[in-house]
Design a binder for this molecule. Structure first.
Ligand SMILES: Cc1cc2nc3c(=O)[nH]c(=O)nc-3n(C[C@H](O)[C@H](O)[C@H](O)COP(=O)(O)OP(=O)(O)OC[C@H]3O[C@@H](n4cnc5c(N)ncnc54)[C@H](O)[C@@H]3O)c2cc1C
Length: 393
C-alpha cells in the first residue's frame, strides 16, 4: 500500500502551489472556507479559473480528443485538494460533473458545444434536480416537459428549489419529467441557457449565509440538440452525476484548515490565566478531531482509488461524504463548547474567537449534511448498495 504521490505528481502539485502563491488574493481565496462555499461567482474567480485552464490544468484526466491530457484521475484530485487548501474556488461542477457526464452520454452537438468551453473555464453551470416535493427522493421530480413535435423540442413548466449558482451561472443542467407513467424511467436531462426567456430566479438564503435559489419555468422551450443522452434515461445520468458530485465537489481541505485552526487556538489561548493546552478535555477533543481528519482522508483515498480505475465508486463516495460532513459538524460543536459564550460571536464582531470562524462553521456544517444528499440518504445508499439490505422507501 503506497499512499505517497509520485515524483511527477509532486512536481505538478508544487507548480500549482507556486501559481496559487503568485495569485494569492482575498478577492478569490476565502481563508475560512466551508465545504460547499467555493463557487466561481465573481469575474475575479473566473479569472483564476481561466489561469488554471491556460496552463492545461482543467480536465487533465479527460480524453485528448476533448482537450484533456489523459492523465490519471489523481491529477484532478491534486488540483481540487490544492485549490481547497488555498480557499480558492473549485472547478468541480463543469469539469467534474457536467463535462464527465457529457463525455459519457452526450450527443456530438453537446460535446462540440460544451466541452471546449468547460475546459477553457468559459462556462459555469447550475444544477437543478430538487423541487418542493422532491429533495431526498429526487426521482419524484415533477417539472413538466411536454413534447413539441413541430419545433423538434420540449416545453418545460414548473418549479425547482435549491438551485445553487442559478444567479450567476451561464447554463442550467436540469432534470424534468418526460414520462409521468414511470418514476425512474421518465426523467430527461436538459441544458438551458440561464438567461432563457421564461426562467425566473428568486434568492433563498441558507443558515450558512450562502445564497441558493428557487427557479420558476414558464413555457421554456428546449430544442432536441440540448437533451443530454437518451430521453427518459436521465435518472441514470443524474445518479452517476451525484456520485461524482459527492467526490468532485467535496475536498477534504476545508476540514483540514478548520482542524488546524482549532488546534492552534487551543495551543495559544488561555482561560482564567491557565493555558487551554493543558486542559485534558480540550486535548482529547483536539486529538479526536485530528484523528477524524485522517479517517476522512483515508475514505477519500478509497474513492480516488476507485475513480482512478475508471469506475464510479458509489458506496465509497457516500461513506466519505457522510463521515466528512458529520466530522465537520462534530468539530464545530467541540470548538463552540471550548470557546464558551464568546464562541457565539459572529465573524466581524470584536472579540469573536478566531473572528467567528466556528460560529459560522456551526451553522454552515448543518448545510453540508443536507446539500448533495442528506446524511440519512448516504446511510441508505451504504445499506442498500453496499450491504445488500432491503429498500426502505
Ligand atoms: C445549501 C444547499 C444547496 C443545494 N444545492 C442544490 C443544487 O444546486 N441543486 C439541487 O438540485 N439541489 C440542491 N440542494 C438540495 C438538496 O439536494 C436537498 O436539500 C436534499 O437532497 C434534501 O432534500 P430536502 O431538502 O427536500 O429534504 P427532505 O428530503 O424533505 O428531507 C428532510 C429530512 O428527512 C430525511 N429523510 C428523507 N428521506 C429519508 C429516508 N428515505 N430515510 C431516512 N431519512 C430520510 C432527510 O435526511 C432529512 O433529514 C441544495 C440544498 C442545500 C441545503
Amino acid at each position: 500500500m503506497d499512499f505517497d504521490l509520485s515524483d511527477e505528481e509532486i512536481a505538478f502539485q508544487e507548480e500549482l502551489e507556486a501559481f496559487l502563491e503568485t495569485n494569492r488574493s482575498s478577492e478569490v481565496m476565502d481563508h475560512n472556507p466551508e465545504q460547499l462555499s467555493q463557487t466561481v461567482d465573481t469575474p475575479a474567480k473566473r479569472g483564476l479559473m481561466a489561469g488554471l485552464a491556460e496552463r492545461g490544468w482543467l480536465g487533465m484526466s479527460w480524453p485528448a480528443e476533448y482537450g484533456g491530457a489523459e492523465k490519471p484521475g489523481i491529477y484532478d484530485f491534486i488540483l481540487t485538494e490544492t485549490l481547497s487548501r488555498y480557499g480558492a474556488p473549485q472547478p468541480g461542477k463543469g469539469v467534474g460533473i457536467v463535462g464527465k457526464t457529457i463525455i459519457r452520454h452526450g450527443n456530438e452537438n453537446l460535446k462540440q458545444y460544451f466541452l471546449p468551453k468547460i475546459i477553457r473555464a468559459e462556462v459555469e453551470f447550475a444544477i437543478g434536480y430538487s423541487e418542493p416535493q422532491a429533495g431526498s427522493d429526487a426521482a419524484a421530480m415533477e417539472l413538466k416537459a411536454l413534447r413539441d413535435e413541430e419545433r423538434s423540442g420540449w416545453v418545460l413548466n414548473g418549479h425547482k428549489t435549491w438551485t445553487t449558482s442559478a444567479h450567476f451561472a451561464d447554463w442550467y443542467w436540469v432534470g424534468a419529467r418526460t414520462d409521468p407513467g414511470s418514476k425512474h424511467q421518465g426523467i430527461t436531462v436538459f441544458l438551458i441557457p440561464m438567461d432563457h426567456e421564461g426562467l425566473e430566479i428568486h434568492a433563498t438564503w441558507t443558515i450558512g449565509d450562502e445564497r441558493t435559489n428557487e427557479v420558476f419555468f414558464t413555457d421554456v422551450f428546449v430544442p432536441d440538440d440540448f437533451v443530454v443522452g437518451e430521453v427518459n434515461q436521465g435518472w441514470k445520468y443524474i445518479c452517476e452525476a451525484l456520485d461524482l458530485e459527492r467526490f468532485a465537489m467535496m475536498p477534504v481541505g476545508p476540514l483540514e484548515m478548520k482542524v488546524e485552526a482549532f488546534c492552534d487556538w487551543v495551543r495559544e489561548s488561555e482561560c482564567d490565566g491557565e493555558p487551554l493546552r493543558q486542559a485534558p478535555r480540550l486535548r482529547s477533543k483536539v486529538a479526536q478531531a485530528a484523528t477524524e481528519l485522517e479517517v476522512a482522508r483515508m475514505l477519500q483515498r478509497q474513492v480516488i482509488a476507485g475513480a482512478v480505475k475508471g469506475g464510479i465508486p458509489t458506496v465509497e463516495s457516500s461513506m466519505y461524504k457522510l463521515f466528512m460532513n458529520e466530522a465537520g459538524k462534530r468539530l464545530a460543536n467541540s470548538a463552540l463548547d471550548a470557546m464558551g459564550p464568546a464562541g457565539q460571536l459572529k465573524p466581524g464582531v470584536e472579540d469573536a474567537p478566531l473572528d467567528g470562524r466556528f460560529e459560522r462553521s456551526y451553522r454552515y456544517t448543518v448545510v453540508d449534511t443536507i446539500g448533495g444528499g442528506a446524511s440519512e440518504i448516504q446511510k441508505n445508499i451504504i445499506s442498500r448498495r453496499g450491504l445488500g439490505l432491503p429498500k426502505n422507501f
